[in-house]
Design a protein around this ligand. Structure first.
Ligand SMILES: [Fe+2]
Ligand SMILES: [Fe+2]
Length: 167
């Protein structure tokens, strides 16, 4: 069982989001080499832990963190679509989240500003800064795992080439 699912307080806070039929769709969407659901759960959980440690609003942080990437991109996205999505997905996520959940201004801000500074929307609350920072750390870890295989692959090809060249 994941560390998030073992935390009953956290699971209680995000239960109504996890139970939402539309939100469940992100379980099948690839994101940084994992599912968008797993990415969002990790961002939500670690943001919640930091907010709680700092005596901030950890309930809204958990919810905003979980919804920060709630956009339903099609399976057949091209690289160009993915590139454009880097800049526009916070707006899409906010629109999708507002369709399915009642959000506070602070939760809206967490979703809207999580891609700062790539996206010019500056976080207005400490909790938004937490979600934005945790998202980058979690994404960096996921992307490093995703590309490790490819780096090994490139390295092996390079070794093979070197071997042929030397002998
Ligand atoms: Fe995002
Ligand atoms: Fe994210």
């Amino acid at each position: 069982m994941s560390v998030q699912k073992q935390d009953l307080e956290f699971m209680g806070i995000v239960k109504n989001i996890l139970d939402n039929k539309e939100f469940k769709k992100i379980e099948t969407i690839e994101h940084h080499g994992v599912s968008r659901f797993d990415h969002s759960m990790r961002v939500a959980y670690y943001s919640y832990k930091v907010a709680k440690f700092m005596h901030l609003d950890y309930v809204k942080t958990a919810r905003g963190g979980l919804l920060h990437d709630f956009f339903l991109s099609p399976e057949d996205r091209t690289n160009k679509d993915r590139f454009i999505s880097t800049f526009v997905h916070p707006k899409e996520a906010l629109e999708t989240a507002k369709l399915h959940f009642d959000l506070t201004k602070k939760e809206e801000d967490m979703i809207r500003s999580h891609m700062f500074p790539i996206n010019p929307s500056v976080p207005k609350y400490a909790e938004s800064w937490i979600v934005s920072t945790v998202d980058k750390i979690v994404a960096a870890e996921e992307l490093s795992l995703k590309f490790k295989f490819k780096i090994k692959y490139v390295y092996s090809l390079l070794m093979l080439f070197m071997f042929n060249f030397i002998r």
